[in-house]
Design a protein. Structure first.
Length: 115
């Protein structure tokens, strides 16, 4: 259980330099994993690891949505002043944009690409 929490915490710390979407997803995942481990350990069969995994997934999704909304929307749109023009990634044959607030790149649909 402690090993899982340490891994999630380390992952959260490594992405704090990225944008709000990634940062909030990592923080939400870490908090969800901790809460899930505590709840899982104290209820039912006492399975802290399963609780941490479920809590981490739910927390990461909620955090990503929160960060995405904080950045002005999850999908690229030309009226968002934080989004650059679209660029074509020829390898992936997909369009991406650069978020000017954090310097990270995201696919046109809002999925994280790279920092």
């Amino acid at each position: 259980m402690m090993k899982t929490l340490l891994i999630v915490s380390a992952a959260a710390l490594t992405v704090t330099a990225c944008g709000a979407t990634t940062r909030n997803a990592a923080a939400g995942g870490a908090m969800g994993a901790a809460a899930g481990a505590i709840i899982g350990n104290n209820t039912g069969s006492g399975d802290a690891q399963t609780g941490a995994l479920i809590g981490g997934a739910v927390g990461a999704a909620a955090g990503a949505y929160s960060g995405c909304r904080e950045e002005g929307g999850c999908r690229w749109n030309e009226s968002n002043s934080n989004h650059s023009q679209l660029y074509l990634d020829r390898r992936a044959n997909r369009y991406y944009y650069v978020n000017d607030r954090d310097g990270c790149t995201y696919w046109r649909n809002g999925e994280y690409r790279a920092c």
